[in-house]
Design a binder for this molecule. Structure first.
Ligand SMILES: Cc1cc2nc3c(=O)[nH]c(=O)nc-3n(C[C@H](O)[C@H](O)[C@H](O)COP(=O)(O)O)c2cc1C
Length: 354
């Protein structure tokens, strides 16, 4: 890994209250945000969650090199939907600050409000190149890296990290300081170490401790499954906002519930499914539309009786209309049941890029 010993530029002291009042976070619609998820939080899913009330939207991680050297496919990942109510950030990863700085020009052109840097990805292929969570192993280098990016781009910069590489390398305090010194607008923290993967529980006590010491806004993340939990953790940990990932997959109404809004017309899961399909059709060919629609329907039915059989059958259905029809029949049958709870003990999608 190439780690030059360049001079570290320290941010002139900004009071945390000023960042909250004048910074990017002051423009967030509310403090309940959709977490970035690779293969999920694309332009369609972001728009859907915008319509369902998320306070901020962050893309899945996008390769800076991919944007610089390749295809329309990577550029499609950074597109921002029309008339976005919530601000959209694009999450980049890359080996060199130069690549990220250059790629950020495309992000700005696409109309995104900020660039987010992934410091949490635990995946071997990514950390082997010194990206993702590997950047948390050397906070001094991280500060140099982020400072270079900050000085090379003209839209706000944010970071999303874990609590460290391992319990022995719990570098979260130092990395948050590095983020502050380099001029980042906030640090989002998934409360697990890289070594933990998705095992155990997110450490909200540590997130609260970081928040107490931090000079920049802190966003807490990990294991939020209900709106009540989101409100409670926001209050108890003192963080400035929370991010919700898997909880939103199982309950796409979670952001509305967090801010006390009625589900309205979207109460019916089939209305949400239809809207998602509409968005997918604008963006993708039939093959990809089917892939995304099946995944979405599978999350919606989770926990209801007959869900496993529905999921199994859906993978043999080859048309969009038949999937929608079969979802309609499924939800007609379970309409009298309460929405299933996403229990803390359940393992659900225990893997991802952050
Ligand atoms: C399928 C999947 C993909 C993910 N991809 C990303 C990603 O691209 N960037 C990132 O920072 N985090 C990513 N994550 C991590 C989430 O943003 C979040 O930190 C993690 O899931 C814990 O929050 P949750 O318990 O609310 O899901 C991903 C998680 C999952 C489950």
């Amino acid at each position: 890994m190439n780690r030059p010993n360049s001079h570290i530029v320290h941010r002139t002291d900004t009071h945390p209250a000023e960042l909250l009042r004048d910074g990017l976070i002051a423009r967030a619609r509310n403090p309940f945000w959709l977490a970035p998820m690779a293969g999920i939080t694309d332009i369609c899913y972001r728009q859907l969650m915008d319509e369902l009330g998320s306070g901020i939207l962050v893309s899945e991680l996008v390769s800076a090199k991919g944007l610089l050297y390749s295809s329309g496919k990577t550029h499609k990942m950074i597109a921002v939907h029309r008339d976005a109510e919530a601000m959209v950030g694009i999450q980049l990863f890359g080996e060199s600050a130069e690549d990220i700085t250059n790629a950020a020009h495309f992000v700005k052109e696409a109309g995104a409000a900020f660039v987010d840097i992934n410091l949490g990805c635990p995946v071997k292929k990514v950390v082997k190149k010194g990206c993702g969570a590997a950047l948390m192993r050397d906070p001094a280098y991280l500060e140099t890296f982020l400072t270079k990016i900050r000085s090379g781009i003209d839209i706000p910069l944010t970071v999303k990290m874990r609590t460290g590489w391992s319990p022995e390398e719990l570098t979260i305090h130092e990395c948050v300081t590095a983020a502050y010194n380099s001029g980042c607008e906030w640090a989002a923290i998934h409360g697990r170490t890289r070594a933990q993967g998705y095992d155990g529980r997110a450490d909200w006590d540590l997130i609260a401790e970081v928040k107490q010491k931090a000079k920049l806004p802190i966003i807490g993340n990990g294991d939020i499954r209900t709106a009540e939990q989101a409100q409670q953790l926001l209050k108890e940990s003192g963080v400035d906002a929370v991010m919700i990932g898997r909880g939103a997959l199982r309950n796409p109404w979670i952001f509305k519930e967090c801010v006390g809004l009625d589900r309205g017309d979207s109460e019916d899961p089939c209305v949400v499914l239809d809207r998602y399909l509409e968005l997918l059709r604008e963006e993708y060919d039939l093959r990809n539309t089917l892939i995304y629609l099946r995944k979405f329907a599978a999350w919606l039915v989770y926990g209801y009786p007959g869900a496993a059989a529905f999921r199994g059958a859906m993978y043999h259905i080859l048309t969009v209309d038949a999937i929608v029809q079969s979802a309609r029949e499924f939800f007609d049958k379970v309409a009298h049941l309460p929405q299933p709870r996403f229990e803390a003990t359940e393992t659900f999608m225990a893997g991802g890029h952050g």
